[in-house]
Write a protein of this length. Structure first.
Length: 240
């Protein structure tokens, strides 16, 4: 399971997931440039460029049955990466699991914020999404370390304008928080047009970062999805 983080986030967001998933599931948290172990690299400010870089690095590792999971910005990255792999004739995910994000074809009704000054930018991020730990917001030096990657990610999202395209060939499961004001149920349902295969939506109590509030429920649902995939592959005689 390749896991893609939210804007400004890193691979550590998924560091505990292996303990809550079946042994058959290997969690591969994707580290984007400009954060944590790749802090010395410049963050990427363009979704297409970022996805192209990921496609080059990950294609060789997509040799066993796999799924993509992406939360918030990670949902966009996972979706676009699946499209690139499909267009290149590479192996594609058995399933795309997207979380807390409207699909790329639905326009953003919020005004852009990536050009705001630091204080206004941070305030608007916290108002819209939350998720910045209090200890980080209270410490200017820590906040200064987070800002470049967070700004780059938000800029990449706000400037991304995909053209109309054919549905994806793999099933899509959509997760969302029931109290997420920015991603209502209608936005979760709108992912239906992104796939020509099976589709379902699963809501959890909580806001935009519901997966931090309800980790056991999220991992239980992911375990069920993994079991379904392993069962189908076993029935079809495909090694999992």
């Amino acid at each position: 399971m390749f896991c893609f983080p939210h804007a400004g986030g890193g691979a550590s967001a998924y560091r505990l997931w292996h303990a809550g998933l079946p042994p058959s599931v290997e969690v591969c948290a994707v580290q984007l440039p400009g954060r944590e172990g790749r802090f010395g690299e410049a963050p990427v400010r363009n979704i297409e460029v970022l996805v192209g870089l990921l496609a080059e690095r990950l294609a060789a590792h997509c040799v066993r049955p796999f799924v993509f999971f992406g939360h918030s910005m990670g949902a966009v990255v996972a979706c676009e990466l699946a499209r690139v792999l499909a267009a290149r004739g590479e192996s594609v995910p058995e399933q795309l699991i997207v979380s807390a994000r409207r699909p790329p074809h639905v326009p953003d009704m919020q005004p852009p914020i990536h050009l705001l000054d630091d204080q206004a930018f941070i305030s608007e991020i916290e108002r819209r999404y939350g998720g910045i730990p209090e200890e980080v917001r209270a410490e200017p030096d820590l906040m200064a370390l987070l800002l470049p990657s967070l700004r780059a990610d938000i800029e990449a999202l706000e400037l991304f304008q995909p053209c109309s395209r054919a549905p994806l060939p793999m099933p899509i499961t959509v997760f969302g928080g029931e109290q997420d004001r920015l991603v209502p149920r209608a936005h979760l349902e709108a992912w239906r047009s992104e796939t020509a295969a099976a589709f379902r939506v699963r809501s959890f109590a909580g806001g935009h970062f519901y997966l931090q509030e309800r980790p056991s429920e999220v991992l239980s649902e992911l375990s069920l999805i993994a079991g379904e995939i392993v069962g189908r592959l076993t029935y079809e005689g495909i090694p999992s």
